[in-house]
Design a protein around this ligand. Structure first.
Ligand code: ASP
Length: 377
């Protein structure tokens, strides 16, 4: 809130100095002024420019390249991209997904609507999906090659670039909560394996036995991935990336992003994907956008997908839509990767871009009416 007020004050001040300078310039060009008067005008001009420069460096410190009023509260989620075909989906199954996506949207939106922070809204929405076996995160996490469930998650605050993440955890019920704890309660950004689990326990987070994550449908997925038959993909027959993610904009103009996943079915021991890597699977910066990705993690890491969207906006001047399109449809696809992302900018503009057949996704804005989508059309 305070930062927001400062941003507007700065923008207002800058405009004021620009118009005063223009008046001085016009006066100096007046041929009837004496030399002394011109000197005074010149001094004034230099003084104004110095003040303007000083306020610009304040501007940079506050990380606000685009000074414009924030848009309405908005929350966007994804539940993974992949081969999601209408022809393979029963109406009952489709309803299950739609209902759960709507529940996640509502839960995050309730926080934004009540004046809460985008960071808390992201956690609330992701927790709903982590607690459901429908998505590849938390309860529904996929199996590793060794038949374990190893989860990754990360979260980032766009207002100050603070971030937290956990990787390869097996006993934390809600990895997104642990990622947040790393950000808030430690000096670190990423904690992995046993250390992350010990930290979560010490912080009083909910710990469950690894068997909590067992799901027979996911286990069958692993068996199919291990015996791919005709399928040539190295990630097996079920080419769905059920990772979950959320990006949100609160009423204070702050963006946040979070991502949580079980990784990829049949992944090898210790494999970590993009989801807990800040800049690859998750990124948020108030001056540009908040992004959460889903897809073939190795490509997302190599392309720095989430940060690249932000960088294209910051340095290339692209809109969110164009930046997301360029990264997913050109770079990712061009390299042979697969997946998608959700993005949100400070004006509340939403991007839901993917190069797979479908992506579970949805958004909710100030009207409070969630909209969900699954397929490409
Ligand atoms: N990106 C995740 C990973 O590679 C998988 C997914 O999105 O479902 O770990």
């Amino acid at each position: 809130m305070v930062k927001d007020a400062q941003n507007y004050a700065l923008a207002h001040e800058n405009k004021k100095y620009c118009s005063i300078n223009s008046i001085i310039l016009v006066l100096i060009s007046n041929p009837y002024l004496s030399n002394c008067q011109i000197d005074i005008m010149r001094c004034l001009l230099i003084l104004q420019l110095a003040v303007l420069l000083a306020s610009c460096s304040d501007d940079r410190r506050l990380n606000v390249r685009q000074i414009s009023p924030p848009g309405p509260i908005t929350l966007v989620i994804h539940g993974g991209a992949g081969t999601i075909l209408r022809s393979e989906m029963s109406p009952e199954r489709e309803k299950e997904y739609t209902d759960k996506l709507l529940a996640a949207l509502d839960s995050g939106f309730a926080i934004l609507h009540g004046g809460g922070k985008s960071l808390d809204a992201v956690i609330a929405a992701i927790k709903v999906m982590e607690d459901s076996p429908l998505f590849n995160a938390g309860k529904g996490a996929v199996f590793t090659h060794d038949g374990r469930n190893e989860m990754d998650a990360s979260i980032m605050d766009g207002s100050d670039l603070m971030a937290g993440a956990v990787a390869g955890v097996t006993t934390i019920k809600n990895p997104i909560v642990a990622a947040h704890a790393v950000m808030m309660k430690s000096k670190h950004v990423l904690m992995a394996g046993k250390g992350a689990e010990q930290f979560a326990e010490e912080e009083g987070l909910e710990i469950v036995p690894p068997s909590y994550f067992f799901d027979s449908a996911r286990y069958r997925q692993l068996q199919r991935a291990k015996n791919p038959g005709k399928e040539t993909s190295s990630i097996g027959q079920d080419r769905k990336f059920g990772t979950v993610g959320c990006v949100a904009l609160d009423r204070y103009g702050n963006l946040a992003a979070g991502t949580s996943t079980g990784g990829m079915t049949n992944k090898k021991y210790g494999r970590v994907g993009d989801s807990p890597i800040i800049g690859a699977g998750t990124y948020a910066k108030n001056g540009t956008c908040a992004v959460s990705g889903t897809g073939w993690g190795e490509y997302f890491i190599r392309l720095n997908v989430a940060y690249d969207v932000s960088a294209l906006m910051e340095y290339g001047g692209l809109s969110l839509d164009k930046a997301a399109d360029s990264v997913i449809m050109k770079k990712l696809k061009g390299m042979g990767g697969e997946g998608g992302l959700i993005g949100l900018d400070r004006q509340g503009r939403v991007a839901m871009t993917f190069c797979t057949e479908g992506m579970y996704r949805g958004y909710i804005t100030k009207k409070g009416q969630g909209k969900t989508f699954i397929y490409r059309d």
